[in-house]
Design a protein around this ligand. Structure first.
Ligand code: GTP
Ligand code: MG
Length: 201
């Protein structure tokens, strides 16, 4: 997809704050600091529309980014960051659960996994949660620039096996540094958007 327009619509916590229009949404999910916001920026050719950081915990709210006036990317705070209090973790859980279980605009979720590491228990729980709620998942195995080319297939296999990826859910090796996997990611995301022609627009 050729992105000609992207802007933040709103940072939301409660459903009342979600954008009121019926536009389709593609949400992100994944561990803190794995590269969710960087993924969005790379896809829309913006350096820092979605705020990123080398320190975990940068994204704190549900951030809705309007793309070409046709859909929203919804950036979310990551899980698995040790330095958060129980109260904060519970607030995060409630915000995420409400969004993922109640939001009708949600078409699919991009689950971002670090290709270098075996998915954590939290990653597996997130994948199972999404499947339980019948939300299509695209797995982005990110930071592929950090491993040798010859190792990619082996690492992808490990991610697939650990998540027990269901038929129909795709996995794409990706890099926000080199843009590897960007076109393929757009193809899959476009296929989840009702009003596009497969990303050729
Ligand atoms: P939270 O908002 O804290 O949950 O993090 P996040 O998942 O949004 O991660 P973010 O995009 O902020 O990236 C975290 C760090 O990883 C930053 O320092 C990025 O530059 C780096 N990073 C993200 N993607 C890639 C990638 O594909 N390759 C490399 N080498 N670094 C990456
Ligand atoms: Mg982020």
């Amino acid at each position: 997809m050729k992105v000609t327009k992207s802007d933040i619509t709103i940072s939301a916590v409660t459903p009342k704050q979600y954008p009121p229009e019926g536009l389709p949404e593609i949400a992100l999910a994944g561990r803190s600091n794995v590269g969710k916001s960087s993924f969005i920026n790379k896809l829309i050719n913006r350096k820092a529309l979605a705020r990123t950081s080398s320190k975990p915990g940068k994204t704190q709210t549900l951030n809705f980014y309007l793309i070409n006036d046709i859909f929203h990317f919804v950036d979310v705070p990551g899980y698995g960051y040790a330095k958060v209090s129980k109260t904060e973790r519970e607030a995060w859980g409630k915000m995420m659960e409400t969004y993922f279980t109640e939001r009708e605009n949600l078409q699919a979720t991009v689950l971002v996994i670090d290709i270098r590491h075996q998915p954590t228990n939290d990653d597996v729980a997130m994948y199972d949660f999404l499947k339980h709620h019948q939300i299509p998942v695209l797995v982005i195995a990110t930071k592929v620039d950090k491993i040798k080319k010859g190792q990619v297939a082996k690492h992808v296999k490990r991610v697939k096996e650990t998540l027990a990826l269901e038929n129909g859910d795709q996995i794409i090796p990706f890099s926000a540094e080199t843009a590897q996997g960007k076109e393929e990611a757009w193809r899959v995301i476009s296929s989840y958007l009702p009003h596009t022609n497969g990303g050729k627009a």
